[in-house]
Ligand binder design. Sequence first.
Ligand SMILES: Cc1cc2nc3c(=O)[nH]c(=O)nc-3n(C[C@H](O)[C@H](O)[C@H](O)COP(=O)(O)OP(=O)(O)OC[C@H]3O[C@@H](n4cnc5c(N)ncnc54)[C@H](O)[C@@H]3O)c2cc1C
Length: 493
Amino acid sequence: MQKNVLVVGAGIGGLATALRLSKKGYKVEIIEKNSQAGGRLNQLKKDGFTFDVGPSFFSMSYEFTEFAKECNIELPFKYVELDPLYSVNFNKSSKTYHLFKDIHKLSEQFADVEVDFEKKVEKYLKKCQGLFEDTVDLVIKQNFNSMLHYVITLMRVNPMHLPVLFRNFWQQVDRHFESPEAKQIISLVAFFLGRTPFDTSAIYSLLSYTEFKHDGYYNVEGGMYKIVEGIIDELKKENVTITYNTEIVDFNSNGKKLNYLIDQNNKQWNSDIILINSDAAVFRGSVFKRPKFSIENLDKKEWTMGYLTIYIGVKCKLPQVNHHNYYLGNNFKDYAQEVHKNPDSLEKPYYYVNVLSKYNAECAPEGCESLFFVCPVPDLRHKPNWDDRDKIVDSIISDFSERIGKDIAPEIISKTVFTPLEWEMQFNLHRGSGLGLSHSMMQIGAFRPKNYDEVFKNIFYVGASTIPGAGLPMAIISSKLAFERIETFSEKK
Ligand SMILES: Cc1cc2nc3c(=O)[nH]c(=O)nc-3n(C[C@H](O)[C@H](O)[C@H](O)COP(=O)(O)OP(=O)(O)OC[C@H]3O[C@@H](n4cnc5c(N)ncnc54)[C@H](O)[C@@H]3O)c2cc1C
């Protein structure tokens, strides 16, 4: 008999699993808190400009092509390889580093700061490759049925990687390079995981291999939101409906069996199977009221940083600015050790700028440019008050203007700002943490909130705070792992 599935949340994790399930014959319906699908992978259209709200590129493109193949569809969007991957500029320096995938070209950028860079980076990337190849299929793309299963799996990882377990990302990079420039630039990728090189395990240096050697980075023709639009088109073909402006806030059960979920208008929702795409830790606490996930207990966990994001439309072209750019200060170590808890670090912020209109002319009016700034900031535990947001935003705009040699302030014709307060309110992210639970050793694998519910047998989870973790390719892998759980559950029924 055809089984019904209710998906709570239309983020990329929820949408991708909904497509996998509907293609397998399940009758799927989705409910979403906001008036638009996509979750953090969202789009803002304002004053004639189009902005990507969250992700502006992705790695592991083959996860998307495999997903399309498994759903028996053509990939519903076009992705474009980035080369250079991104550019990096240090404060008070006229030099911009372009991070090319071609290692020889990359090495030329470091010729005046790091002796034998090419030899060193090849050696470093070889180690990263080993880590990637020995863990990705075995540990990252796996459902674990118990802690024992997880531990036994870890014991199968090549023991040569054992020392890496005891180092952080910075220490790993520090073993290979001498110049501050090389160390800082190579370890920047730790920020993509929502933390810093000083509190990210060296295991994640495997990301250096994914960015430089294995697959690189991509963005999407027409903007990242084409991913969401493409998947929704496919869902429509399978008669999957999305009900917007519907937030699950409560539940009813007999203790062991869920009777129904309850939305903000007291409407009851139930189904044979329920998949939660809302943050897996937050939902267990705020909706299921599980003490282990109370606000106080969530506050004790390690979360990824908050983000201050700024969406700016300017009435001029900026040929001197590349597509993906990092603007760093001159106090990397102090900054990185402070940024997630000390609001004073925002006096000299580090930030990322993406120019969507550079290769997508339709995303800005003629002669204009659409800019997206991301600045890592403390989450709301450490900086609950954002009354100073305009001052911080102005300081970023002024720093950026100085670095690119053009004052953009008088050119601004559209401006929208999200602080962690907006991120928390809009997407139910704990204390505005941008990527969800961090990827510390005690919060990954079998230690991460599970993708099946501890109490209700017909409830499953997908997305950034369950396995495997944050980022778009991980959400696609998460959808596969949740799908497999649901299939196993259905077969037993
Ligand atoms: C500023 C920023 C930049 C990023 N940049 C990148 C990048 O460049 N590349 C990359 O790969 N990743 C990036 N990420 C990470 C990426 O966006 C996320 O990992 C991914 O989008 C998470 O998808 P998800 O499905 O897990 O969750 P979400 O996108 O959060 O989706 C969950 C959905 O559930 C809904 N919801 C929540 N609670 C309820 C409820 N109770 N009832 C109903 N609906 C509910 C939410 O509204 C949301 O739509 C970035 C994130 C941020 C914040």
